[in-house]
Design a binder for this molecule. Structure first.
Ligand SMILES: C=CC1=C(C)c2cc3[nH]c(cc4nc(cc5[nH]c(cc1n2)c(C)c5CCC(=O)O)C(CCC(=O)O)=C4C)c(C)c3C=C
Ligand SMILES: [Fe+2]
Ligand SMILES: [Fe+2]
Length: 328
C-alpha cells in the first residue's frame, strides 16, 4: 500500500469563535445562509434570516454557549482538536507511518479551505474526507461535499478525494456506542428506558429523499440489539427543531415531558448523531432536557456523553480511513 501521500480531513459542523452575541451572529449567518441547511427560496429566507433570526437569536444562543464554554474554547472545537491528535497517533501506530490529519469545519474556523491547505502543505495529493456525521443528511454531509467542491473550483489541480458518506451501521461505530452505554450503566446504574436522541431535520427533506431518518432508526435498532434491549426499553427521538415547519418526530422535548406521565421516571439519554459533545448535547440535552424531564415529574435523568476522543471511537475512525486507503 502506498500511503506516503495520503492525508485525512476530519470534518465537523463548526462553532462560533467566542460565546458572544457578535461571534454567534457571524457563525449563524454563514451556517444558516447555506441552502443545504435552510432550502427556502432566497427571496423568502433572506429577509427572515437578516430580520428576525440574526437580530434576536444570537444573544439568546450566546447565553446558551456561555453555560458550556470551556477554558480552551467551545466544547465542539476542544474535543475535535483532541480527536485530530488522537487519530494521527492511532494511524501512525496502526500503519507504522505518519499520516497527516487535518481538521476542517463546514462553517467557521478552521475552514475546509484551511484543512485542505494544511494537507497540501504536508505533501498530500490523496485526501480521505471523514465527515463526523455517522448518519448521512443533505444538511450535513451534503453540505460538506458542496463545500469541498467550492474549494476545488478554485484550483487548477484537485487532490484524489474519497468521501466517507456515512457509517451509521458500521460494526465499530455500533460497538463503540453500545460499549459506552454499557460502561455508563456499569458505573451509574440503569434507568427504565434508553432514549436515543438524534439531531432533527425538516420532515420534508426526508420526504424528498434524504436517507437520514432511515439511517438514524437503523443505528438505534442496532445499538438496542447489541445491548439486548427489548421493544419497551428504548426509543429513538429527534431534537433541536428550528422554525415553523414539521421536523422528524417524535420530538425529544415533547417525549421528555410525556414520559413521566406514562410512569417512566428514570431514563438514560444518548445522542448518537453527534460525534462530539457540543451545545446541542451539553446545553439542550444535559441541562435543558433534564430540567424539563424533572419538572414533568421525572426522578432520574442520566446523560451519556458522546464518543468524543474515546479510544474505541478513534479506533473506529482509523478503521474507516484504512478501508479507504486500501488499493488506492
Ligand atoms: C436550521 C436548520 C438546521 C438543520 C437542518 C440542522 C441539521 C443538523 N445539525 C447537526 C449538528 C449540529 N447542529 C448544531 C447547532 C445548530 N443547528 C442549527 C440548525 C440546523 N441544524 C442551529 C441554528 C444551530 C446553532 C445553535 C442554535 O442557534 O440553536 C451543532 C452544535 C454546534 C456547536 O457549536 O456546538 C451541531 C453539532 C446535525 C447532525 C444535523 C442534521 C443531521
Ligand atoms: Fe444543527
Ligand atoms: Fe439547540
Amino acid at each position: 500500500m502506498d500511503n506516503s501521500t495520503t492525508g485525512v480531513l476530519l470534518v465537523n459542523l463548526g462553532t462560533p469563535d467566542a460565546p458572544t452575541t457578535s461571534a454567534v451572529r457571524a457563525f449563524l449567518k454563514q451556517f444558516l445562509s447555506d441552502p443545504r441547511v435552510v432550502d427556502l427560496p432566497r427571496w423568502q429566507w433572506w429577509p427572515i434570516l437578516n430580520g428576525i433570526v440574526l437580530t434576536f437569536r444570537p444573544a439568546r444562543v450566546a447565553r446558551a454557549y456561555q453555560k458550556v464554554w470551556q477554558e480552551q474554547g467551545s466544547p465542539l472545537m476542544v474535543i475535535s482538536l483532541e480527536q485530530q491528535r488522537a487519530l494521527a497517533a492511532r494511524l501512525a501506530q496502526d500503519l507504522g507511518t505518519e499520516v497527516p490529519v487535518a481538521l476542517g469545519m463546514t462553517y467557521g474556523t478552521p475552514s475546509l479551505e484551511q484543512g485542505l491547505e494544511s494537507l497540501k502543505a504536508q505533501g498530500c495529493d490523496k485526501v480521505v474526507v471523514l465527515p463526523l456525521f455517522p448518519q448521512f443528511s443533505c444538511s450535513t454531509t451534503g453540505a460538506v461535499f458542496d463545500g469541498l467542491a467550492a474549494e476545488f473550483a478554485k484550483l487548477r489541480t484537485i487532490p484524489h478525494t474519497r468521501l466517507i458518506r456515512d457509517y451509521h451501521d458500521h460494526p465499530a461505530y455500533i460497538g463503540a456506542l453500545a460499549g459506552s452505554i454499557q460502561k455508563h450503566w456499569n458505573h451509574n446504574g440503569r434507568g427504565q428506558k434508553l432514549l436515543l436522541s438524534f439531531h432533527g431535520v425538516p420532515k420534508r427533506y426526508v420526504d424528498e429523499g434524504d436517507i437520514y431518518q432511515r439511517q438514524c432508526l437503523r443505528t438505534a435498532e442496532l445499538v438496542a440489539e447489541h445491548l439486548g434491549l427489548s421493544q419497551g426499553q428504548w426509543m429513538a427521538c429527534f431534537q433541536s427543531r428550528f422554525g415553523k415547519e414539521e421536523w422528524l418526530t417524535p420530538y425529544t422535548d415533547e417525549t421528555l415531558e410525556a414520559l413521566p406521565k406514562q410512569g417512566v421516571t428514570a431514563i438514560d439519554i444518548v445522542t448518537p448523531a453527534f460525534s462530539v459533545d457540543c451545545l446541542e448535547t451539553l446545553e439542550e440535552i444535559a441541562i435543558e432536557g433534564k430540567q424539563a424531564f424533572m419538572a414533568a415529574g421525572g426522578k432520574q435523568y442520566q446523560f451519556i456523553p458522546c464518543l468524543n476522543a474515546e479510544p474505541d471511537h478513534i479506533q473506529m475512525m482509523s478503521e474507516l480511513v484504512q478501508a479507504e486507503m486500501r488499493n488506492w
